[in-house]
Ligand binder design. Structure first.
Ligand code: FMN
Length: 78
């Protein structure tokens, strides 16, 4: 995660909050950041989502389907 995100996570109270991480990436995915965020914040975590930046930029239909599937699995859309 960028340092600014660490600063953000360390500066706010995440008790009684749920964190749902998502990112674009160049090949590394979430790289275990879910457990890092959990360790820093103590927040409840939900399954995160990652997608290659190149897919998000150049394969919009594929990206749309992947995001929709993630939101469906999380119960946010039908
Ligand atoms: C300084 C810097 C280093 C990065 N290092 C990595 C990396 O090691 N692995 C990775 O998957 N993404 C890395 N990224 C992120 C991807 O390059 C980028 O998020 C991805 O291509 C999506 O493009 P976007 O920034 O336009 O969303 C890095 C980004 C920056 C700015």
């Amino acid at each position: 995660m960028p340092m600014i995100v660490y600063n953000f996570l360390e500066s706010y109270d995440f008790s009684e909050k749920t964190v749902i991480p998502f990112c674009t990436h160049g090949g590394s995915g979430l790289s275990g950041t879910e457990s890092t965020i959990k360790d820093i914040t103590g927040a409840e975590m939900m399954d995160g989502f990652d997608i290659a930046g190149a897919t998000a930029q150049n394969q919009r239909d594929k990206a749309n389907e992947a995001v929709s599937e993630w939101l469906r699995e999380g119960g946010f859309i039908e």
